[in-house]
Design a protein around this ligand. Structure first.
Ligand code: IPM
Ligand code: MN
Length: 359
């Protein structure tokens, strides 16, 4: 298969981890005879430094004409503590999501058996966790009208959703549930928010088209608690933009490290694949960051193009590596591997297993 992949590695540890997922995709291309063409482009703080724009036109055009986008991380401390900054790195990612119509962000959360004791949560609580969060990504409070009064003393962000926006992601969530444990949990705040009540009405109505799926509802505050009290009760979680942002970081605790969590953002155009972690500037340039989230995002990219054997091979290689207790410092404090070593081990494992799967 021939594929054009835009590589937007961004800020902080983004370039280091993305380099490893490109390495892994190159390994896959070689093993399976694919032709993956990688083109790099600027995004985020580094794009602001070089062009004044967190999402230069050139980058956006490249993404639009590519088959997929491999995204690294975005953000820089020099903007975080400056509420008056006019341009921010995050605007690059938000604009990209909007422009590419990436309305659904898919974030799987699994408790690997070999990592059960790495999580601060008890092993008996997290064992067997296998859920996926469907987070709406181009609506809600992130994109509603923002206001700041003239005197700078009052601010507001509008949270708005339409039936159409809710339906299109809900269909994806229900279809995924049909391939999994056949349960969808809608997470909202319908006891307080009108927009949440719309979600409930629309999702309840739509669920009639999926009689094989059990639908239940949780208020987000309770959901946040349930996710760490009894995470194995969940299959597919469907939620709006901001709640999804928050509970997916919370969910990363289950897996033992946020450095493991991958995501796919899909919608009407080119799909985008990115780790859920941020730019982790403290680790940038040190070759210590965990590249697995980025590598698993590359596996989700392959899955999106129905390259199932290829994706499975990466997932299996990651599992083997974790079983052997090979990991960056977040997972293995006594004997940490470097970022690039992890990529190398995975490529090696892919090479050795390719024969057994039959290419
Ligand atoms: C994420 C990130 C982004 C978000 C930031 C960087 C804008 O936290 O992808 O979860 O809030 O969506
Ligand atoms: Mn986030």
């Amino acid at each position: 298969m021939k594929m054009k992949i835009a590589v937007l590695s961004g800020d902080g540890i983004g370039p280091e981890v993305t380099k490893e997922s490109v390495k892994v995709l190159e390994g896959i291309a070689e093993a399976f005879g694919h032709d993956f063409q990688f083109t790099e482009a600027l995004v985020g703080a580094i794009a602001i430094d070089k062009t004044g724009n967190p999402l230069p036109e050139e980058t956006l055009n490249l993404c639009k004409e590519s088959d997929a986008v491999l995204f690294g991380a975005i953000g820089d401390p020099k903007y975080d503590n400056n509420p008056d900054a006019k341009v921010r790195p995050e605007q690059g990612l938000l604009k990209l999501r909007k422009e590419l119509g990436l309305f659904a962000n898919i974030r799987p959360i699994t408790a690997y058996d070999s990592l059960l004791d790495k999580s601060p949560l008890k092993r008996e609580i997290i064992q067997g966790t296998d859920m996926v969060i469907y987070r709406e990504l181009t609506g809600g409070i992130y994109f509603g009208e923002k206001k700041l009064s003239e005197d700078g003393k009052v601010a507001s962000d509008l949270c708005e959703y339409s039936q159409f926006e809710i339906e299109r992601i809900a269909h994806l969530a229900f279809k995924t549930a049909q391939q999994r444990k056949r349960k969808v949990t809608l997470v909202d705040k319908a006891n307080v928010l009108e927009s949440s009540r719309l979600w409930r009405r629309v999702v309840t109505e739509l669920a009639k088209q999926y009689p094989d799926i059990a639908l239940d509802f949780l208020f987000v505050d309770n959901a946040a608690m349930q996710m760490i009290l009894n995470p194995s009760q969940f299959d597919v979680i469907l939620t709006e933009n901001m709640f999804g942002d928050i509970i997916s970081d919370e969910g990363s605790v289950i897996g033992g490290s946020i450095g493991l969590l991958a995501s796919a953002s899909v919608g009407s155009g080119t799909a985008l694949f990115e780790p859920i972690h941020g730019s982790y500037p403290q680790a940038a340039g040190k070759n210590i960051a965990n590249p697995i989230a980025s590598i698993l995002s590359a596996a989700m990219l392959l899955e999106q193009f129905s390259l199932h054997d290829e994706a499975r091979l990466i997932n299996k290689a990651v599992e083997i590596l974790l079983n052997e207790n090979i990991g960056t410092i977040d997972l293995n404090k006594e004997n940490p591997s470097s970022t690039s070593e992890i990529g190398d081990v995975i490529v090696k494992l892919i090479d050795s297993q390719e024969v057994s799967i039959g290419g």
